[in-house]
Design a protein around this ligand. Structure first.
Ligand code: PEP
Ligand code: MG
Length: 497
């Protein structure tokens, strides 16, 4: 029997037994007391501590979960509700109240946090009914569930070899984690009834009861993948760049042999703090990043906030350059910190402006930066643009004076094809030909004008798409440091075709 994969959130092949997880608690005899609930919450908090790793974005996620679980109003609320309801119902009602408030919010950021609250709810209830999420054996398993919540995955990380879910988003924490860990994660419409399955994202199918030939084939592929260590293979003529959000990412990228940092998302430095960072604090971060890359290039994107990325202490609505004009102090402090770090380390850096729509916007920002440069005698940076808006790609010929271009497919596909970020990226079949046509024109434009071109969106993390991008002439890709094996495999396959 074969099931069609509707969407691939993380590439790969896995063969194993299925572990079904469902969140239907109707059959449970609910006799729990408030002190059982308290214990379940305490256990969840200590579970979160055990899950800390060297992945910054994951640790952030865990911290937020911990904050919500430690909120004394949560337990007070549940305790009140338990006067009229059973324990599981009370947990559901208490957390659903938060969820309803968030769903009403006009903030996309808050709306997206709903999934985190559902995760918390399931985590507490799992602990309460004794099905502690921690798994203390070595069984390898393929999780089958409606939706994969990060804590489910994190608890079972050493056991999970694949995930099959009904829904999920390409940019969700779970999908990012699966890609980083090399765990295939797919979405299907059908209920999988069998217990042994083979997930094969290359062929977009799930095979039940695979035959010996199938199993041998995947063993061969797995053996081949093992040959790739976390180190870049030789890739002459092409560049492997890293997308980083922190200096621990930069360090990882350098350890893995990347050619440089293609995109430092500086907004995370701001998002992770609840007050504006001083110039000195910013300076230290940028200066350390510059030291870490040594003689390799580093591209800092000026903070890209709005929509799903909010800074707690400033007002934002949409992403775009208006955020700089509405918050000039923040922009000026960032440029000063970046350029003084560059000058004091005697290293020219690359500055990248996000969400540029018109050449006029680009020129005004560039002038602003160059004025700051001249006043302070800073080293002049290369100044480039993210190509991630509909207006910019449709008027690409206007941009001949930019120093370099980085194509951001996450925002670009959202603008061109109306997909929001949480929509499964794997709808890419619907638009990939059109997108590749547009990118082909950009490649010609950048070749004609001698402008360096790189692509840093998540689309590059799908092997099939990366190969197509190589084929049309993109040579520089920028991906998370964990994906060095992905670049190795794509490069090797492309070259041997
Ligand atoms: C993009 O839009 O493709 C991109 C790389 O930027 P971000 O994901 O940070 O918006
Ligand atoms: Mg973007």
């Amino acid at each position: 029997m074969e099931y069609l994969i509707r969407a691939i959130l993380s590439d790969g092949i896995a063969y194993g037994r299925i572990k079904r997880i469902n969140f239907n608690y109707n059959d449970i005899l609910d006799k729990y007391t408030i002190s059982d609930v308290k214990n379940a919450i305490d256990l969840a908090i200590s579970n979160l501590d055990d899950m800390k790793s060297d992945n910054d974005s994951l640790n952030n996620y865990l911290e937020i979960q911990k904050m919500i679980l430690s909120d004394k109003y949560l337990i007070m609320n549940i305790s009140n509700l338990m006067k009229d309801h059973k324990a599981i119902d009370s947990i559901n009602i208490a957390i659903d109240e938060y969820i309803n408030e968030m769903e009403k919010s006009s903030s996309l950021y808050l709306k997206e946090r709903v999934i985190d609250l559902i995760d918390i709810k399931n985590h507490i209830i799992h602990n309460l009914i004794g099905d502690n999420l921690n798994q203390n054996n070595d069984n390898k398993e393929i999780l089958v569930l409606d939706e994969l919540f990060p804590t489910i995955l994190i608890h079972r990380l050493k056991n999970v070899i694949g995930v099959i879910a009904k829904k999920g988003g390409f940019t969700s924490h779970s999908a990012i984690l699966c890609r980083a860990e090399g765990i295939p994660f797919v979405l299907v419409d059908d209920d999988i009834k069998e217990n042994d399955v083979l997930i094969d994202t290359r062929r977009r199918i799930i095979i039940t009861k695979p035959n010996v030939l199938e199993i041998n084939r995947i063993n061969e592929i797995k053996a081949l993948e093992k040959n790739y260590i976390n180190k870049a293979i030789d890739h002459p003529g092409y560049k492997f760049y890293a997308n980083c959000s922190s200096n621990s990412d930069v360090k990882k990228a350098m350890d893995y042999g990347f050619d440089g940092v293609g995109l430092f998302r500086t907004e995370f430095i701001f998002i992770n703090n609840d007050r504006p960072l001083t110039i000195e604090e910013q300076y230290n971060i940028y200066s350390n990043a510059i030291k870490l890359v040594k003689d390799k290039p580093i591209t800092f994107r000026t903070f890209d906030i709005g929509d799903d990325k909010k800074i707690s202490y400033i007002e934002t609505n949409k992403k775009g350059v208006e955020n700089y004009y509405n918050n000039p102090d923040l922009f000026i402090s960032q440029i000063n910190a970046l350029l003084s770090a560059s000058t004091n380390n005697n290293k020219k850096i690359k500055l990248l402006f996000p969400m540029i729509r018109t050449i006029n916007e680009f020129n005004l920002l560039k002038k602003w930066v160059l004025d700051i440069c001249n006043t302070n005698n800073y080293l002049i940076p290369s100044i480039g643009m993210m190509l991630e808006t509909k207006d910019a790609i449709e008027n690409i010929n206007d941009f001949s004076n930019v120093d370099f271009i980085s194509i951001g497919t996450n925002d670009l596909t959202k603008e061109l094809y109306n997909f929001d970020r949480m929509t499964e990226l794997n709808n890419h079949q619907l638009y990939i030909d059109d997108l590749l046509n547009r990118i082909t024109k950009v490649i010609k434009f950048s070749n004609d004008n001698n402008i360096d071109l790189c692509l840093c969106g998540e689309l590059a993390t799908i092997k099939e798409v990366a190969l197509k991008l190589y084929k049309i002439g993109i040579k520089d890709l920028s991906v998370s440091p964990q994906l060095i094996k992905h670049l190795n495999i794509c490069y090797k396959e492309f070259i041997s075709e």
